[in-house]
Design a protein around this ligand. Structure first.
Ligand SMILES: *Cc1c(COP(=O)(O)O)cnc(C)c1O
Length: 433
């Protein structure tokens, strides 16, 4: 469910007409719904009734300060993957005591920053990292709270570039090695074991792989609780969202029309499948979803620059490119594309929707059917709230797009479009030229 819908044939976000946003701030511009983020957060929590759950929002999905503050106000901590993200949480007024620090490549500086800011725990991915955390904590006279990330070796059945819980990828420690690493923890003076962690991948559309992974790791967690008195189990993130039928999936009827078996994963089905497994543990449960929290809460507005007809094909050349939204080029990601103004009297057209960048991969959709549109009209790429702006670049010297947050009938810029001066601000021409 989300808050993007047509009212009188004009696409709205909550009560805001998106044409007003486009005319005020131009395009390409990301627009997010505060209500959708709040509803996603509350539904996820409600999926685990009776359990002590902390949501650690995986902020790499969308790390705008306003989004971070909004989720903080709802009670979220964060799943952090860099020093930059730690500093963003501080800048947003977020809570690092409810946040965990993940990632395979934590530098000494990042570990120090996390310790100084009192993160809830480090999610450790290797033995050398454990040794380094112990060392840095020692120099600060601290004891670092840690949990080892277990790689349960399950097939998440998602895109290869976003699967993380299979042996042979760089993440975590196998169950076979886990006992040895936990013995190592016991010997180190400046680390203390607080929990267990796992995360098997992203954009999972069924509960099966989550259940399989939890079942696989569960005996180990129980054993560790007996021997080490740990306090929590983080089952990671990865819940998928609807991309294919994104606009329609905003309404309850869309979900009701599908029978249980073919319904994509929901926070309700996810919670219902996992709660009975987790309840007997008597541990605090951490959930680290990123995409689910913000993915369907955002769209990318883009204007048609040209309708080009060539070799029997239509190309809609739009003003957003792969630098603004890289998912189609990088993960074969799909985004539904809809016009801001719906006109049922127009015919349908089939077109490749492409960006202006000098690469053939700069294509949002091939042979896409939509209502006939032309130069100057604005389109929305749906479900673009996660891994959209946060993965944007300046390739082709394009300026980073603007971001707008909607709440009810209010909307405000939460990130201004980049300026050319900012684009070149760090560059210098040496005197020897
Ligand atoms: C990226 C990541 C997540 C979030 O993944 P989503 O698919 O966005 O939910 C959670 N935990 C860890 C360790 C991650 O690296």
């Amino acid at each position: 469910m989300h808050h993007f819908a047509y009212i009188d044939q004009n696409l709205h976000c909550e009560s805001v007409d998106l044409a007003a946003v486009a005319s005020l701030y131009g395009t390409p511009t990301y627009v997010y719904s505060a209500a959708t983020i709040e509803s996603n957060y509350r539904r996820l929590l409600a999926g685990f009734p009776g359990l002590d759950v902390q949501i650690c929002y995986a902020m790499k999905a969308n790390s705008n300060l306003a989004i971070l503050r909004h989720l903080h106000n709802l009670g979220a901590g964060y799943d952090l993957v860099s020093g930059g993200e730690i500093r963003r949480v501080v800048a947003a007024g977020g809570d690092l005591q409810r946040s965990v620090f993940a990632g395979v490549g934590k530098s000494e500086d990042e570990i120090r920053l996390a310790l100084e800011n009192g993160v809830f725990a480090f999610h450790v991915e290797s033995e050398p990292e454990l040794v380094r955390i112990n060392h840095v904590a020692g120099t600060l006279g601290r004891v670092a709270p840690v949990a080892i990330r277990i790689n349960p070796d399950v097939d998440a059945r998602t895109h290869a570039k976003i699967t993380t819980g299979k042996s042979g990828n760089k993440f975590g420690i196998s169950l076979a090695q886990a006992s040895l690493v936990h013995e190592a923890v016991a010997k180190l003076k400046h680390v203390a074991l607080k929990g267990v962690q796992m995360h098997i991948g992203s954009q999972l559309t069924a509960t099966g792989p989550f259940v399989e992974a939890v079942q696989k790791v569960l005996p180990f967690v129980s054993e560790l609780k007996r021997s080490h008195d740990i306090g929590y189990f983080s089952i990671g993130g990865g819940m998928g969202i609807v991309y294919q039928d994104a606009l329609a999936s905003g309404r309850a009827e869309w979900w009701e029309r599908r029978d249980q078996a073919q319904r994509p994963i929901t926070p309700e089905s996810y919670g219902a499948a996992l709660t009975p497994l987790l309840e007997p543990l008597g541990l605090k449960i951490l959930l680290e979803h990123g995409r689910f929290m913000v993915g369907n809460a955002g769209i990318l507005l883009t204007q048609v620059e040209y309708l080009k007809r060539a070799s029997g094909k239509n190309f809609l050349v739009v003003d957003a490119g792969m630098n603004d939204l890289i998912r189609p080029a990088m993960y074969e990601g799909y985004h539904e594309i809809v016009p801001l103004h719906r006109d049922t009297s127009r015919r349908a057209m089939v077109a490749d929707v492409v960006g202006p960048i000098c690469e053939s991969s700069d294509c949002f959709a091939h042979d896409y059917q939509l209502q006939e549109v032309g130069e100057g009209e604005t389109l929305a790429l749906m479900s673009a709230g996660a891994y959209g702006y946060s993965m944007a670049s300046r390739y082709n010297s394009r300026l980073l797009p603007a971001e707008v947050l909607v709440k009810g009938s209010s909307f405000e810029l939460i990130s201004a479009r980049e300026t050319f001066e900012q684009l070149i601000a760090n560059e210098r021409i040496p005197a020897f030229l």
